[in-house]
Design a protein around this ligand. Structure first.
Ligand code: A3P
Length: 296
């Protein structure tokens, strides 16, 4: 009954060569003209690559000590505005970001690199990019689209997987997203490129390289605290990080904090699907240096 109040699932359409839904393009004028500040940190990811995880890590590194009140009073999507979002239930991402008085501002985006507002490059902002292997990424996206009525209709798994391979997903093809950001990083030292699988393998090590990129030197107690607070189970039970209370998300279908594992694709792909996927993957992924792990 409650779904009757929710607007229908939005269709995908071509937007400047990328598949998008209107929630991320309706406010395009403001997105395009967004004024970045030199100390802004842009958290960029393909959807479901670990955005929330790295957002919370950054949030705690910067404000965990100085502003603990923030951690209990504001949800992660209020603390780290989603730049291009235009869900009628929240202010525009650009507005939330404009209103942030913290320094630095942490700003989330899923935009492919060519669509990032130019001000971020002009201001020479730092960017933390997180990438996740394609197979786990598509599985996570599938469950997300099943539970999130603000996303396009997912259809069944086989259909969804086909669409993913065809790049007909919100924010376009995973293949282009991870590759183009990787290419950009080769000539821009302000981009830090991380992998979800590395974070699962050794979060302490990944936090150390992240902190040295950011010029932060947390004490070992601080670091331990951040690692503790950002564990999957902790975040799953934390109302400010688990996305509970978002009306379009149906946690009975699948929770936002779903599994948090590397290799869950094995529970979804048939052998035939996996073989087809791998073959197609080889043809699409031309970079010699960008390598993903599907297991750790
Ligand atoms: P699964 O669906 O595979 O569980 P995003 O934040 O980009 O939407 O990504 C969501 C994915 O990251 C989900 O993956 C979610 O469970 C996982 N995730 C979020 N926080 C995590 C954490 N602290 N540790 C491991 N995985 C996490």
């Amino acid at each position: 009954a409650s779904t009757a109040q929710v607007s229908p699932r939005p269709p995908l359409f071509d937007f400047q060569g990328v598949s998008m839904i209107h929630h991320f393009t309706d406010n395009w004028e403001n997105v395009q003209n967004f004024q970045a500040r030199p100390d802004d940190i842009l958290i960029a990811t393909y959807p479901k690559a670990g955005t929330t995880w790295v957002s919370y890590i950054l949030e705690l590194l910067y404000f965990g000590q100085t502003d603990p009140e923030r951690q209990t009073s504001l949800s992660i999507y209020q603390r780290v505005p989603f730049l291009e979002s235009d869900f009628k239930i929240l202010p525009f991402g650009t507005e939330l970001a404009d209103k942030l008085t913290t320094s630095p501002r942490l700003i989330k985006t899923h935009l492919p690199v060519q669509l990032v507002p130019k001000s971020f490059w002009e201001q020479n902002c730092r960017v933390v990019y997180v990438a996740r292997n394609a197979k786990d990424n598509v599985v996570s996206y599938f469950h997300f689209d099943r539970m999130n009525l603000g996303e396009p209709e997912p259809g069944d798994w086989n259909h969804f997987l086909r669409r993913f391979m065809d790049g007909k997903m919100g924010f376009g093809p995973w293949y282009d997203h991870v590759t183009n950001w990787w290419e950009k990083k080769q000539t821009n030292s302000k981009i830090h490129y991380m992998f979800y699988e590395d974070m699962i393998e050794d979060l302490g090590r990944e936090m150390d390289t992240l902190c040295s990129f950011l010029g932060l030197s947390p004490s070992s107690e601080e670091k331990a605290k951040v690692m503790e607070e950002t564990q999957f189970d902790k975040m799953k039970n934390n109302k400010t990080t688990n996305y509970s209370g978002i009306p379009v998300m149906d946690f009975k279908i699948s929770p936002f904090m779903r599994k948090g594992k590397v290799g869950d694709w094995k529970n979804h792909f048939t052998v035939a699907q996996s073989e087809q996927f791998d073959q197609d993957y080889q043809a699409k992924m031309k970079s010699k240096t960008l390598k993903f792990r599907t297991l750790v």
